[in-house]
Each structure stands twice: as C-alpha cells, then as structure tokens.
Design a protein around this ligand. Structure first.
Ligand code: PEP
Ligand code: MN
Length: 338
C-alpha cells in the first residue's frame, strides 16, 4: 500500500484538541496526509459552517509538530488566498464548487495571480457530468497548476439507494481512461454517508486501480459537527487498512492473456449474433413499411422486456443488466426501422 496516497482527517476542524488528537492518532498508524474542512459548504442554513481562518493555525501545528502534509477545502478566492498564505500543502475543491465553473475559474485566477504551485485536489461534481469534472481540471491547468489530483466522491442521483452518493463506478473508470496523467483517489466517506459502509466501499475501490483514498476520520465521530454518520475512528481506519490489499497494476501475465483471448472470441461471437439480429430487424422494418404497420409495437416491447427477466433468471445474470441490454438492442432495432 506504500505507493498509495492516503489522505485522512475529520470532515471539519472543530476544536484544537480534536484536530491535534485525530492527527496524532493518524500519524501513529502511518498516515502522512491530513485533511480538515475549515469552510464547509452546507446544504441547509443554520448548520455548522466551519470555523474558517481561526482553525488554520491548528492545521499548521499538525504540519509542524507531526510533519504531516495538511490540506483543506477552498470554495472561493478568499479561501485560497488564506490557505496559500498560511502555507497549507494542498487544497481541495468540493463537489459543489466543481459544479460551478465561475467558482472554479475564480480560484484558478487567484492561483495564477499568486504564482504558487500548490497541490490541488478536484472532487467530482455533484452530478455525473464528467465534462464538468474535466473542465475544472483544465481551468486549473490553464492557470498553471501542475500538481492535480482527482477525487471520486460519488454522485447525487435523486433515487434512494444504500449510498449517500451513488458510486457509479463507470464514471471514475472513464475519468481514468481519459486522464491517465492525473492520480485518482476514492472518497468512500461521501459515497457511503454511513460509517458502516465505508470499509465495504474501500474494499471495492482497492480492486479498481485507484491511486489512493481520501477518508473522513474523527477522534470521536459521535460528537462531530458535520457528516457525523459517515466518519470513522482512527482505530477503525487502521483495522480497515490492515485488511485491504490494493490489486497489483501489473497486467502482462500469461494466464490472464489466455483468459482474455477466450473473452475476445466470445465478444466476437456476441457481435456476430447481434449483427444477425439487426439484419432481421431491418427485414421486419421493410415488411412493416410495405404493410403500413407502425415501427413501435408496445405489446411486443413489453414481451421482450419480460423475456429479459426470464433470461436473467435462467443464466443467473443481474436483471437490471439484462434489461439494459434488451433496451439498447430494441432501441437500435427501432433506429434501423425508422
Ligand atoms: C468534504 O470533503 O468534507 C466535502 C464537503 O466533500 P464533498 O465536496 O465531496 O461533499
Ligand atoms: Mn464531509
């Protein structure tokens, strides 16, 4: 795990004792990067909005006394100015900030004016719009920031699920494909929203080739003033880190290549079959046209969808996955008949 970047610390800095005590415990388990929010973007007014500037000296004490790299969230030009002038090692732009290109540009412009090369972490935006995430990174790069780190913290979907923010793993996977040059961390705390789920998300992330983690750890989660439900203790975090193993990135193994050539053959047959199906769809399309029959036949579509459930059961495949494939195939058939 030594080559992974592990950032941990409380959601918010609350008291000097909480900041120092949490940092000491994390340092003693080998954590080198410490986070604590000073300016907290809250959904509702009249909730704890962070202590701001007042808590900066506590982070600097952590840096001085424990030798940790320290960082905090910035959401506007005042925050970045204060954080840089105080000498923090890294800052992060939160999900809400990355959702707003004006705010990102304001921070980028200020960094350019200050000509400092601080490490900037960019969380994914609240919704799964990968272009917004990439755009924020580009704005910072254009302003001369060279050390960027992306953080996947899940997405608001408006649907109920066990997660506070659905991981939608395909989005960070696509991010990684497009920006292989930017290290990508997983933030299991904001994905889970629940301390009981944090370990499970870390285990999943450890298999997906992330470059590290950003985790909310508090010396007394039950007393936390923000994100109380998702924070874990340094002890719990240490136990989780002991259990997990980040998969190797080595990818040139002979056994894997045998499996992969079998997979390639199967994929080839899958597409042969899909092409045959599309040819048939086109024939049906011509018949419908000649006989003035509407392309979309809702009852037939219903039948295809209910068949998909049967196939899923027969082959022990995930029902949503099979339904999704049937929807895509049906849509393409319709396109060919229009
Ligand atoms: C945080 O890290 O405490 C935070 C507010 O995160 P996010 O922007 O991911 O909600
Ligand atoms: Mn938080």
């Amino acid at each position: 795990m030594s080559d992974k970047l592990i950032v941990a610390g409380p959601c918010s800095a609350e008291t000097e004792h909480q900041v120092i005590d949490t940092a000491k415990q994390l340092s003693s388990i080998g954590i080198t990067h410490y986070r604590a929010g000073l300016w907290k973007p809250r959904t509702l007014p009249n909730t704890f909005e962070g202590l701001g500037q007042k808590a900066l000296p506590w982070l600097l004490r952590v840096k001085r006394e424990l030798g940790m790299q320290v960082g905090t969230e910035v959401a506007n030009k005042e925050h970045i100015t204060l954080a840089v002038n105080a000498g923090v090692d890294f800052v992060w732009l939160g999900a809400r900030t990355v959702t707003n290109p004006f705010a990102v540009q304001e921070i980028a412009d200020r960094l350019k004016d200050m000509t400092v090369d601080i490490v900037v972490y960019v969380k994914n935006p609240v919704i799964a719009d990968i272009a917004l995430w990439l755009g924020a990174i580009e704005r910072l790069q254009n302003a001369g920031v060279t050390r960027l780190v992306a953080v996947h913290r899940g997405f608001h979907t408006g649907t109920t699920s066990i997660y506070r923010n659905a991981p939608q793993w395909h989005v960070p996977i696509e991010f990684k494909r497009l920006r292989q040059d930017i290290p990508l961390l997983c933030d299991p705390s904001h994905i889970s929203g629940d301390s009981a789920l944090v370990e499970q998300v870390i285990v999943q992330a450890s298999k997906l080739n992330y470059d590290g983690l950003m985790v909310e750890v508090h010396n007394s989660p039950k007393d936390a003033l923000s994100d109380k439900n998702q924070q874990i203790t340094p002890e719990q975090f240490a136990k989780t880190l002991d259990k997990i193993h980040f998969g190797s990135t080595v990818d040139n193994n002979e056994i894997l290549s045998v499996f992969r050539s079998q997979i390639d053959e199967i994929d080839k047959s899958l597409f042969d079959i899909i092409a045959q199906r599309m040819e048939l769809s086109e024939k049906i399309g011509l018949y419908k046209k000649a006989n003035d029959i509407s392309v979309l036949q809702p009852a037939r579509y219903e039948e295809l969808l209910s068949n998909s459930l049967t196939y899923a059961k027969q082959h022990q495949l995930n029902a949503d996955f099979v339904k999704h494939i049937v929807e895509l195939i049906h849509q393409e058939s319709i396109n060919r008949q229009l």
